[in-house]
Design a protein around this ligand. Sequence first.
Ligand SMILES: Cc1ncc(COP(=O)(O)O)c(C=O)c1O
Length: 367
Amino acid sequence: MENGELTKFIPYGRQFIDENDINAAVETLKSDFLTTGPKVKEFEEALAERLGFKYVVAVSSGTAALHLASRVLLNVGERVVTTPNSFLATSNSILYVGAKPIFVDIEENGLIDLDLVEKELKKKKIKAIYLVTFSGHPLDDKKVGYLKDKYGVKVLYDNAHYFGKDEGVCDIATYSFHPVKHITTFEGGAVATNDEKTYKKLLRLRNHGMVKDSSMYPWEYKMVDLGYNYRLSDVACAVGLSQLEKIDMFLQKRRQIAKYYHDNLPEKIKPLYPYNEKSSYHLFVVRYPFNSLKEKAEFFIKMRQKGIGLQYHYIPINQQPYYVKKGYFKKFPQMEKYYMEAFSLPIYYSLSQKEQDYVIECMEEIL
Ligand SMILES: Cc1ncc(COP(=O)(O)O)c(C=O)c1O
């Protein structure tokens, strides 16, 4: 079957921008503040309310969010247990501050194996655990809470894939608003916490480590920390606010798409985990028993020829050339199996059922 009347390329993810988003951007462009204005605080407060945190700091990307979080949580030489199944930024942020990632294997559902995390916690002094709500699947908060209390570690949730109410276990959570994510501010991200001291430090680090202090002179500012320019503009925040108004609709549609895949996928293509109402389904990952990576690559190419952009998430971070050079290379049994079998199907708000049927048909035909 050819793409026929479905002439558009079907990517694995894309943004949804409506007239309200465009109007919000235009209105802010016409206002007095393009950046460091009122829309930033408004966006942060709306996010805090929606995500269930006391404080949110909007930043220029999910990577910036992770970097700031690492500046707050870690010191040089400290160890952090984390997952190989994430985007590079998760563990890169540990390296940015001179700390040391320790990778452990994943479970069948793509998330870090918390039993293996505990094994590491028993072996050595560990400062923090960096956990990824991979694909949008929530973590086992009870178990994470137990690890946090028993071993006294700091907990970071990289929620670039997850958009739901926080359960109060992590010290810091980070978010990304890249176009393929649940809501977009083009580039953009956020750091969330319930701790006031952490919040104040994050605010400072976002803006060059500067504090205003006009007690002596009206122009005076003081740099008390080595910070960055990780600010998010008012234009981006205005679009973020407008996107946030649609979040329930976005999440509902993602779950609907996931359910439809569950009900209609051919027998041999297995969803990564049983349908889960709590997942925010940033990704819809499936498994198929390919015999080799070459066979998997051929399948990707054939699907692309039919106008469908599959993706794979993720190449194990510790097998990237930079990490190999630094001595982090290791093969993990579950991660290897996952790498061979897993791939991500298209899932985004504007994906139609007809397009989903087409994706399913093409897979049936090729596999
Ligand atoms: C799990 C995860 N963490 C962090 C990031 C980094 O976010 P950003 O692209 O906004 O810097 C991403 C982006 O894809 C991600 O998927």
